[in-house]
Design a binder for this molecule. Structure first.
Ligand code: BGC
Length: 748
C-alpha cells in the first residue's frame, strides 16, 4: 500500500494515534492495515535497543552493541569520510536489530564547557559540527535507516532543560546555534529531526512554528518528520500546527484524544493532521520497504571503533616522551588504564560488546607494569596508592598516567559545577611527574578540564570518551604504530571564568540569556586575544607539516560566485601522518561586529614523509556573510576579507586578501540623522559631504595628514546632518534639498 492509500483508510482516531508513540520506543501499528509499529532507538554512537524494560536515561539494559567514540571525540578527527564509515556501521546494526531510526546525531553547540552533555556534542563551531553530523547521517542512512538530528534548538545545558528558555537574538541563532542543523539538513536530509525540550525566547521548541516550519522546512527544505525529545510535548495541538509530527514516547492516549477533540471542535484543520501522518508514514514505509535481514560483524565493528578512536585523539603536548620506544620499560598508572572511561552517562549509554583498556592492549606486547594510583570510588587522593605509583614510575623509563573525569563528573541530566578533575587524579599526576621526567598523561573525559600540572609533564594525549576500543587505540598511538592526527574541536580555556558564557550560564530559574551573542568559543577568545590553554583546532603529530603556496581562484567575488582556495601541505618529518588544514575567513569591512575569524572549511590530508599535496577548499557567499537582522537575510558587505589557512585558530600559516563586491546595492535612504563622516566615506555621497564640511571648516585640508588629528574634524565627522544647522547658515529647505540630493546620488 502507498502512503496515500493507507491515509485514506485511517479513521480520525487512528490518525491522531499515529502522532504519538505506542510505548517508549515504538510507533503505533495499525493491525487491520498490516502496518507494523516500527522502533526508534538511541543513539548516537552505538545502538541502545532496549528489548524489555525501557527508560530514556540509559539505566536499564539494552542489547549488546559496539560503542563507538562519542561525538566530542569524533569531531576531533575532522574526518567526514570516517564518520560516514562509522555511520554505515551503526546503520547496519540497526538493520540487524530492526530499528527504523537511530536517535542522533546531536549537534548542539558547546556554549559552556560545563554542559553535562557536551560529550555527546561535536563542537563549539557550527561548520565543524554540521559537517560531521552530515557525514554521520549519510553513513547511517546509506543503510536505509533513519537518523534524528537533535536537539533542535538552543539546547546547550542540562540545568532545567525541560522548562528553561534560551534567550537568544536572531543573529546569534542564525550564525551559531542553527548552522550545524542547517548544514546537516541541506547536505544529508535526515529522515527525522528531534526538537529540544527547552523554550527559545519564551516559546517551547516543540510548538515553535517559526523554528519547525518556517526555518526548518520552508527555508532549509527538510522533508522528513519532526519528533519530540522524550516528554518534550507541551501543547499538543499547538505543536501539530507548528510542524511537530510525532510525540514521543507515548502520551497514554491523552494527547491523541486532544487532537481528535480539536478536529471535531474545528480548532484543528484535519488537513494539518493528515499532513503530519503522511510525513510519518513516508519515513516508516521507506524503512519497511528497504528493511532486509542483516548480520552484523561485531568484531569488524570493534576494529572500526578502534580506528575511529585512534583518528580522533589529540596530542596536546610532547617534549619527546612520545612515541614510546618498544623496548622501553613503561609504568601504566591510574585505574583508567585498566577500567577506562569510554562513554558518557544518560540516553546514549551503550551496552558495549567488550571493552579494551590500555593495560590489556599493551600487556604481552610491551614491557608494561601497572599501579592503580587512585580509587575509582573516591575523589580524595589515597597516599598509599600514590606512593605505589611513584615507585612504579621511578622503576620505569616512562610513566603514563591515565586520568580524566569519572562518570559522576559529567552526564546527561545535570551540568558540571567546575572544570576540575578529581583531586585524586591531579595529585597523582603531580607526584608521578615529580619522580619521573618522562611522564605522559592520557586523559579520558568528555569535555575540557583544567590542567594545573601541564608544565610538569612531558606529554599529554587527550583521548576524550573513545568508545569500547579506547585502550587499543591509545596503545596504537603511545607506541608509535600511528601518529596522532586529531585536533581540538573546542577551546580549552585557562580557567572556567574565561569562558564567554561564564556570567550567564546556566541562567537564573527558567531563563538563560545568551548575552555573549556570536562570540562563542574561539570566536570570543581570538577576538579578545586571550591566552588559552589549548586553542581550537590545535593538535600535534609525531611528524611536522609545512604549508605553502596559498592561491585563490579569483581576487574578487560576488554573491553567486564561489572561491576556490588552493594550498600545499608537505610532510617534512620522518613519519607518515595526517594534517588537518583549517580555512578561516576574517571580515575586514567593518560593516558589522564580527568575530576575529570564523572556520569556513577544512580538510584532512594523509602524507608520507617528504610527500606534498595540494588541497582545494571552496567557499561561497555564506562563508563571508553575517546575518543581517534588519533584512532577515544573509549579507556579505562589500570590501576586503582575509582568507587564513591555519594549523589551528591560533596558528595561521598563510593568508590572502579577497574582495567581495555585490553589484546589487542594499537600498539605503539617507536621512537627517546620517553623519557627515558616513556620507564622506561613501564615494557616491562623498563629494557633497566634502563640500558641506568645507563650509563648516573653511581652513580644512583633508589631504593634510595632520588635519586628521584635528579635534574639530572628529566632532564634525560625527555630526548628524540635522545638526549642521547649529554651525553654519543652513535652513530646513536647504537640509531637505541636501538629503534629496544625497539620495539621488545613492540611486545613481
Ligand atoms: C534525550 C534524547 C534521547 C531521548 C530518548 C532524552 O532524554 O534528550 O537525546 O534521544 O531521551 O532516550
Amino acid at each position: 500500500m502507498t502512503v496515500k492509500e493507507i491515509l485514506s483508510q485511517l479513521t480520525l482516531e487512528e490518525k491522531a494515534g499515529l502522532c504519538s508513540g505506542e510505548d517508549f520506543w515504538h510507533l503505533k501499528s495499525i493491525q487491520r492495515l498490516g502496518l507494523p509499529g516500527v522502533m526508534v532507538c538511541d543513539g548516537p554512537h552505538g545502538l541502545r535497543k532496549q528489548a524489555s524494560e525501557a527508560d530514556h536515561l540509559g539505566l536499564k539494559l539494552s542489547v549488546p552493541a559496539v560503542c563507538f567514540p562519542a561525538a566530542s571525540a569524533t569531531a576531533c578527527s575532522f574526518d567526514t569520510g570516517l564518520l560516514e564509515e562509522m555511520g554505515a556501521a551503526l546503520g547496519q546494526m540497526c538493520q540487524a536489530e530492526d530499528v527504523s531510526v537511530l536517535l542522533g546525531p546531536a549537534v548542539n553547540i558547546k556554549r559552556s564547557p560545563l554542559c553535562g552533555r557536551n560529550f555527546e556534542y561535536f563542537s563549539e563551531d557550527p561548520c565543524l559540527a554540521g559537517e560531521m553530523a552530515a557525514a554521520h547521517i549519510r553513513g547511517v542512512q546509506s543503510q536505509n535507516v533513519g537518523t534524528s538530528l537533535k536537539h533542535f534548538a538552543a539546547n546547550n545545558q542540562e540545568y532545567r532543560r525541560m522548562t528553561s528558555s534560551s534567550q537568544v537574538d536572531e543573529r546569534t541563532l542564525r550564525e551559531i546555534y542553527f548552522p550545524a542543523f542547517e548544514r546537516a539538513v541541506k547536505k544529508a536530509q535526515p529522515w527525522t529531526v528531534m526538537c529540544s525540550y527547552n523554550r527559545i525566547n519564551g516559546e517551547f521548541a516543540s510548538e515553535n512554528k517559526w523554528l519547525l516550519t518556517d526555518v526548518l522546512r520552508d527555508e532549509w527544505g527538510f522533508e522528513g518528520y519532526v519528533m519530540t525529545d522524550w516528554g518534550a510535548c507541551n501543547d499538543r495541538v499547538k505543536g501539530l500546527k507548528a510542524g511537530l509530527e510525532l510525540e514521543m514516547p507515548a502520551s497514554g492516549g491523552v494527547n491523541d484524544r486532544e487532537i481528535v477533540r480539536a478536529v471535531r471542535e474545528g480548532r484543528l484543520d484535519e488537513a494539518v493532521l493528515d499532513r503530519a501522518v503522511e510525513r510519518i508514514l513516508n519515513i516508516t514505509l521507506r524503512y519497511l520497504q528497504n528493511h532486509k535481514p542483516t548480520v552484523c560483524d561485531l568484531d569488524a565493528q570493534n576494529q572500526l571503533a578502534r580506528k575511529v578512536a585512534r583518528e580522533s585523539m589529540v596530542l596536546l603536548k610532547n617534549q619527546g616522551a612520545l612515541p614510546i620506544a618498544k623496548e622501553q620499560k613503561v609504568a601504566f598508572i591510574g585505574a583508567f588504564a585498566k577500567t577506562p572511561r569510554y562513554q558518557g552517562g544518560g540516553s546514549s549509554h551503550i551496552n558495549a560488546t567488550k571493552v579494551t583498556g590500555a593495560l590489556e592492549a599493551a600487556q604481552g606486547r610491551f614491557n608494561v607494569t601497572y599501579a592503580p594510583g587512585y580509587s575509582l570510588e573516591r575523589e580524595t587522593p589515597d597516599p598509599a596508592l600514590i606512593e605505589e605509583a611513584v615507585s612504579a614510575a621511578k622503576a620505569a623509563d616512562v610513566a603514563v598516567v591515565f586520568a580524566g573525569l569519572p562518570d559522576a563528573f559529567e552526564s546527561e541530566g545535570y551540568d558540571r559545577a567546575h572544570m576540575r578533575m578529581p583531586q585524586s587524579h591531579n595529585a597523582l599526576i603531580e607526584a608521578v611527574a615529580a619522580a619521573q621526567p618522562n611522564t605522559v598523561v592520557v586523559l579520558y573525559n568528555g569535555s575540557p578540564v583544567e590542567t594545573p600540572w601541564i608544565d610538569q609533564v612531558n606529554a599529554l594525549l587527550e583521548g576524550y570518551l573513545g568508545g569500547q576500543a579506547v585502550g587499543a587505540a591509545t596503545v596504537d598511538l603511545l607506541f608509535g604504530d600511528y601518529s596522532p592526527c586529531g585536533k581540538l574541536a573546542e577551546t580549552f580555556p585557562l580557567r572556567l571564568e574565561d569562558n564567554p558564557s561564564y556570567l550567564n550560564f546556566p541562567g537564573v530559574k527558567d531563563t538563560v540569556e545568551y548575552r555573549e551573542g556570536v562570540f562563542v568559543g574561539y570566536r570570543y577568545y581570538d577576538s579578545k586575544k586571550m591566552p588559552v590553554r589549548f586553542p581550537f583546532g590545535f593538535g600535534l603529530s609525531y611528524t611536522q607539516f609545512e604549508y605553502s603556496a596559498l592561491r585563490l581562484s579569483a581576487d574578487t567575488l560576488g554573491p553567486d560566485d564561489t572561491l576556490t582556495c588552493y594550498l600545499k601541505v608537505k610532510n617534512t618529518g620522518s613519519r607518515p601522518g595526517k594534517e588537518i588544514v583549517q580555512l578561516y575567513v576574517r571580515d575586514c569591512t567593518g560593516a558589522a561586529l564580527r568575530p576575529d575569524k570564523e572556520l569556513r572549511a577544512f580538510a584532512k590530508v594523509a602524507l608520507q614523509p617528504g610527500e606534498e599535496k595540494e588541497v582545494a577548499l571552496t567557499l561561497d557567499m555564506r562563508a563571508f556573510a553575517f546575518y543581517d537582522v534588519e533584512s532577515h537575510a544573509w549579507r556579505a558587505a562589500d570590501g576586503t576579507y582575509e582568507i587564513l589557512a591555519g594549523a589551528s585558530s591560533r596558528d595561521i600559516r598563510l593568508s590572502r586578501a579577497v574582495t567581495f563586491q555585490n553589484p546589487v546595492k542594499n537600498p539605503v535612504q539617507v536621512h537627517e540623522n546620517w553623519t557627515v563622516g558616513d556620507l564622506l566615506a561613501d564615494p557616491r555621497t562623498g563629494p557633497a559631504a566634502k563640500k558641506l564640511l568645507g563650509q563648516m571648516m573653511p581652513d580644512l585640508d583633508l589631504e593634510d595628514e595632520k588635519a586628521k588629528e584635528d579635534m574639530m574634524l572628529h566632532v564634525m565627522l560625527n555630526l548628524p546632518l540635522r545638526s549642521v544647522r547649529s554651525f553654519v547658515a543652513f535652513d530646513n529647505d536647504k537640509l531637505r534639498e541636501l538629503v534629496d540630493q544625497m539620495n539621488a546620488a545613492l540611486k545613481g
